[in-house]
Design a protein around this ligand. Structure first.
Ligand code: CTP
Length: 412
């Protein structure tokens, strides 16, 4: 592997295997190019049946070949892999996974996979039966054990009338994953969450008054999404329980969309049953209307306003702590705090950590509302053993990695 030069465009090899989702790789290529990457496309011969070389060449601005016999004097079967900062194969077919797992090298892409020493991301797309076949399952396990990031396919419409697990995640999400992996630099090959199942809640719940009105809050879900994406880049299986989040699903995450705190509770507790870690970054409403009107609430003729009686919602974080049995699930809470006459932000946060009983508490000072919807965040990580670590202002992605850095040593 060559060392990436700071300031130079990251060199990405986009491998494309022969599946119908090859058309989506055109959009991935565009996105990678638009965000400043130097992309070399290496399709398989079968991929060229779906999308022709002129398309790849025009979009990448480079010649394209599928086999090792073109420009032999440049030794492309070795040079392309050696010079890459990232190799991503999208779509990766069952055949490509099998070849990669067994080290076969009968075309330019499989040669490239053998010579690359940079992070490798494979984004499989195939019919559910092929994905679930024991041969594919074993190949994926082999590749993951070698540090390859194999993205979980999405669930949805497949070729023809079928639907199920096997779709290529959306190009936007794959481009974001590539960036996440590149951003990790030297740590990119470290999959310290490999083989782990983590649950992340994100967004803000809505508590309905009637079919059209609700009480809500300003949480955008960005921090939760950053946590999910960071965990995926570190090799975890991720369940993202998303409450009213208008962001694209992270590539490879199992996303459960919810609206209310009751739904969030049900989804989080179900996913937590076999989880190694749960991070509650969602903002569940503490209260909900005591009654939800089936019909839209009408204005009174006399101009009087209705009073809304509220009842308290269950505390999901607390429940995660009390139901975790042997205590081997790491539970992380968030606290959006403001200081007041009774104590500082950290005084309130310490008290909350004790009250909730979780292992880590991520404390945001929200005086002034600066955090909501922003792409940046700063926090203090408090741990149950008394430790405290400030995370300076930075991207929500860097805070996400700091949180996983604190979680990893606690995993059983
Ligand atoms: N939380 C939860 N269930 C709720 C409310 C909050 O699991 N019904 C979680 C949040 O996801 C967050 C943490 O609890 O991880 C802290 O939320 P916060 O609203 O600050 O805590 P509260 O218990 O509501 O504390 P306060 O008394 O300050 O309102």
């Amino acid at each position: 592997m060559t060392t990436p030069v700071p300031g130079e465009a990251p060199r990405v090899v986009l491998g494309v295997a022969g599946g119908i989702a090859a058309y989506k790789a055109c959009e991935l290529l565009r996105r990678l190019r638009e965000s400043g990457h130097d992309v070399t496309v290496v399709p398989t011969a079968a991929a060229l049946e779906f999308v022709g070389a002129p398309t790849w060449s025009a979009l990448s601005g480079k010649p394209v070949s599928a086999q090792v016999w073109d420009a032999v004097h440049e030794v492309p079967h070795v040079r392309i892999g050696q010079g890459a900062d990232l190799v991503v194969v999208a779509p990766a077919t069952a055949d490509l996974l099998a070849k990669a797992a067994h080290g076969l090298a009968d075309d330019l892409l499989t040669n490239t996979l053998l010579t690359a020493r940079c992070p490798v991301v494979l984004a499989p797309a195939m019919h559910t039966e092929m994905w679930e076949h024991p041969a594919t399952v074993a190949n994926v396990a082999t590749l993951r054990s070698r540090g390859v990031l194999v993205v979980e396919p999405a669930v949805g419409r497949l070729t023809g009338a079928d639907s199920g697990k096997g779709r290529l995640p959306e190009p936007e999400a794959l481009a974001a994953l590539c960036q996440d992996v590149l951003d990790r630099g030297a740590s990119a090959g470290v999959h310290d969450l490999g083989g782990r199942h983590v649950v992340v809640s994100a967004g803000g719940t809505r508590e309905y008054l009637d079919p059209v009105r609700f009480l809500g809050n300003r949480s955008s879900g960005r921090q939760g999404h950053a946590l999910a994406r960071a965990a995926l880049a570190r090799g975890a299986r991720v369940t993202l329980v998303a409450a009213n989040v208008a962001l694209p699903a992270p590539a490879g995450a199992d996303v459960v969309a919810v609206e209310t705190t009751a739904q969030l509770r049900e989804a989080v507790l179900a996913a937590a049953a076999d989880a190694d870690a749960v991070v509650m970054s969602a903002a569940p409403a503490d209260f909900r209307p005591a009654q939800v009107s089936e019909a839209k609430i009408k204005k009174d003729e006399d101009g009087s306003a209705p009073s809304i009686a509220l009842v308290q919602n269950p505390d999901i974080l607390r429940e995660l702590v009390t139901t975790r049995g042997a205590g081997d699930t790491v539970v992380v809470g968030f606290a959006a705090e403001t200081g007041d006459a009774r104590g500082s932000v950290l005084d309130h946060a310490r008290a909350k950590l004790a009250r909730k009983g979780c292992d880590l508490l991520v404390v945001n000072d929200v005086s002034g509302g600066a955090v909501f919807g922003s792409t940046e965040n700063e926090a203090v990580l408090l741990d149950a053993d008394g430790g405290q670590r400030p995370v300076p202002r930075g991207s929500k992605e860097s805070l996400a990695h700091a949180i996983w850095d604190a979680v990893v040593p606690r995993l059983a």
